[in-house]
Design a binder for this molecule. Structure first.
Ligand SMILES: C[S@@+](CC[C@H](N)C(=O)[O-])C[C@H]1O[C@@H](n2cnc3c(N)ncnc32)[C@H](O)[C@@H]1O
Ligand code: SF4
Length: 381
């Protein structure tokens, strides 16, 4: 059989019921009237990408947001039908959709199952309803359990939940309560993110006014270590800085990003890494609809990924994985020894106890993980 290039697909749904106070993802909370038109544009975008889609083997698909579960069952069906019509699904090894608890209804879950989605992510963020309100979330812990039980009853096995720590007014005990309750469920994958304060969010505004009660640096680290230790004890493998999975349930799609492999982004603002270029689609929904209508999807902020950028990305992204990067894989990919490129930073970071060797892998130490942003910068050439 002819060798076909492997590719992952990311599909963006830029709508939410309301905007959470911490979130700067590309999503609108006041455009529900635009959803139908957007799905039509997205389908046209998928069809116009046929040339690429026909020439590759699509390995993973990730429908993210925003909140994909905000689509009605009919809109979801339209999108999924279009994907099935235009992609050879035989090669797809993982098909994920993101959801919010209150919009993940039974009729949509059935559509997801009928159209072969096999991994569902539910954003819970925290167990305590009071904390959820402070985050601007529009669901409760009960909504989460209801959605989770519906998924299980409909036969979904590969379920992820998104959680967050270092939140305003969150205590170590609250993180532990979240961990305790989530780990009593049969959840195969957990993403547990530390809060990042983003520009132009409600939280940033409150922080600027000095009225956001954030945990200090020490408590932030204590929370992170609690999460790592607790989940490891419960049989989850921490395979990336913020990601934990039961054996065999590591997210194949996210591993594509960390392994610096190629993916195509379809939909508003989606990013792509394809044919040695990184770029994104327009973030303006009116321009997007026009570009699709004119069959002229423009690539924005094209960045050519030359040899130097490839080395950097290999290290930068690969070291996010707990296993780290493989020395032999570096040689295989680039045809040069890692020491020829990174001898100095490797020696210095090992001396400081920030990275270490394990067999033929180099990985961040526990200490290095705590200051990972600074460590990774050392690999910029
Ligand atoms: C695309 S978003 C959300 C998907 C879905 N709409 C939801 O809210 O669950 C993916 C995840 O990123 C995390 N996230 C978003 N903003 C964040 C921030 N400022 N800091 C840390 N994690 C964040 C949240 O855990 C969120 O669930
Ligand atoms: S966290 Fe999810 S629901 Fe909240 S605004 Fe961001 S994308 Fe929307």
């Amino acid at each position: 059989m002819l060798f076909m290039k492997e590719l992952s697909l990311y599909i963006h749904i830029p709508f939410c019921e309301s905007k959470c106070f911490y979130c700067d993802f590309l999503s609108f909370d006041n455009k529900s009237d635009s959803i139908e038109g957007y799905i039509n544009s997205l389908c046209a975008h998928i069809i116009s990408s046929r040339k690429v889609l026909d020439s590759v083997q699509v390995n993973t698909i990730f429908i993210g947001g925003g909140t994909p579960s905000i689509l009605s069952a009919e809109q979801l069906k339209k999108l999924l039908y279009c994907l099935h019509e235009n992609i050879n699904m035989n090669y797809v090894k993982e098909f994920t959709i993101e959801s919010n608890p209150n919009s993940l209804t039974l009729d949509k879950i059935k559509v997801m199952r009928d159209y072969k989605i096999d991994r569902v992510s539910i954003g819970l963020q925290a167990w305590q309803d009071e904390l959820l309100r402070k985050l601007g979330r529009v669901h409760t812990q009960k909504d989460f359990l209801f959605a989770y039980n519906n998924l299980k009853n409909e036969g979904f096995d590969n379920i992820n939940t998104d959680l967050m720590f270092s939140l305003p007014d969150q205590t170590l005990e609250m993180v532990e309560e979240t961990l305790y309750n989530v780990s009593t469920l049969d959840i195969k994958h957990i993403s547990f993110y530390g809060l990042t304060l983003e520009k132009d969010t409600r939280f940033m505004e409150l922080c600027d006014r000095g009225i956001l009660n954030l945990p200090g640096e020490q408590l932030d680290r204590d929370m992170y270590h609690l999460v790592c230790d607790y989940l490891t004890n419960k049989g989850y493998n921490q395979y990336e800085i913020s990601n934990y999975a039961k054996n065999g349930y590591e997210c194949k799609h996210n591993l594509i990003y960390w392994d610096a492999k190629e993916y195509l982004g379809l939909g508003l603002g989606s990013h792509s890494y394809y044919n040695e270029e990184r770029y994104h689609n327009t973030k303006n929904i009116d321009i997007y609809n026009k570009e699709v209508f004119n069959n002229n999807i423009v690539k924005y902020n094209i960045e050519k990924i030359d040899a130097k950028a490839k080395y950097e990305e290999f290290m930068f992204l690969g070291l996010r994985k707990t296993k780290g990067i493989s020395i032999s894989n570096f040689k295989e990919v680039f045809g040069v020894d890692i020491k020829d490129i990174y001898q100095n930073p490797i020696n210095e970071l090992i001396d400081k106890g920030l990275i270490a060797y394990q067999g033929e892998y180099i990985h961040l130490t526990k200490f290095g993980t705590d200051v990972s942003n600074k460590v990774l910068l050392e690999f910029l050439l």
